[in-house]
Design a protein around this ligand. Structure first.
Ligand SMILES: Nc1ncnc2c1ncn2[C@@H]1O[C@H](COP(=O)(O)OP(=O)(O)OP(=O)(O)O)[C@@H](O)[C@H]1O
Ligand SMILES: [Mg+2]
Length: 225
């Protein structure tokens, strides 16, 4: 049976669609098969051309049901990644119920953090994913401090951030370029690995260790290594 990840959350513009394509692209780079399920009626379909994963239009009730059924019957070499849509609490509930893991992207604002805390409390299989995270060291320090202070009770459910990366928008194009920037590929691979780790270990695994939010932006990490 394939594993399903839902990228949801009540707040709009947090990066759900971008993260869903990043996960699929990263899985493709790791030689895994994945289907990206579009459920947001306000978004257009994207083409399979140039992609190392399969986009699927699940914007209708029947489309979504059929896709989930098919994924459940598929072998465990397949991954399903659902792109939710903002302000759809009932739909989010449904998507969380059919998924093995839920990701809740959030940006570095009090409003996003308030929303993500509410969503973490609603969905027991959910993890908060810092999204569009700042790379400027001062901004980054402030963002991490904010998370540290405001999400005290949820530190063990916060994933490594997806940093702000202008190339991320390339993944949302109808057709994507054959060669994508190395920094984007690295970010996608890291994100996909995090998800695979969460899916493999299951949510009750006592070996789970919360990931510490890195204080170093990706450019500095590269120079340091
Ligand atoms: N890691 C990132 N780096 C830079 N820009 C990003 C990143 N993630 C998302 N963005 C940008 O932020 C905007 C919102 O992203 P996206 O459409 O993925 O959010 P969303 O949560 O799916 O929105 P909605 O609630 O409308 O569905 C887009 O312009 C996107 O290009
Ligand atoms: Mg979206």
């Amino acid at each position: 049976m394939s594993k399903i990840t839902a990228i949801i959350g009540n707040k709009g513009g947090t990066g759900k669609t971008t993260v869903s394509h990043m996960v699929c692209h990263g899985l493709g780079l790791l030689n895994k098969f994945s289907v990206s399920l579009l459920t947001d009626i306000h978004r257009d379909k994207v083409s399979k051309l140039g992609r190392n994963y399969l986009p699927f239009d699940a914007r209708t009730e029947d489309g979504l049901e059929a896709a989930i059924k098919k994924l459940r019957l598929a072998s465990d070499t397949w991954f399903g990644v659902i792109d939710g849509g903002g302000n759809r609490p009932e739909m989010d509930q449904r998507l969380a119920e059919v998924s093995d893991v839920v990701l809740l992207p959030f940006r570095d604002s009090h409003e996003d953090i308030r929303t993500v805390i509410r969503d973490l409390e609603r969905f027991p299989n959910a993890f908060a994913l810092p999204s569009q995270w700042p790379t400027n060291p001062w901004e980054l320090k402030a963002a991490n401090q904010m998370v540290h202070d405001l999400m005290k009770d949820h530190h063990d459910r916060i994933l490594e951030p997806v940093f702000r990366l202008s190339a991320a928008k390339l993944l949302l194009q109808e057709e994507i370029p054959t060669h994508l920037p190395a920094q984007l590929n690295t970010a996608c691979r890291q994100l996909a690995l995090q998800i695979m780790m969460l899916l493999d270990m299951g949510l009750d695994n006592s070996n789970w260790k919360p990931l510490e939010i890195k204080l170093t932006p990706p450019s500095k990490q590269k120079k340091a290594s």
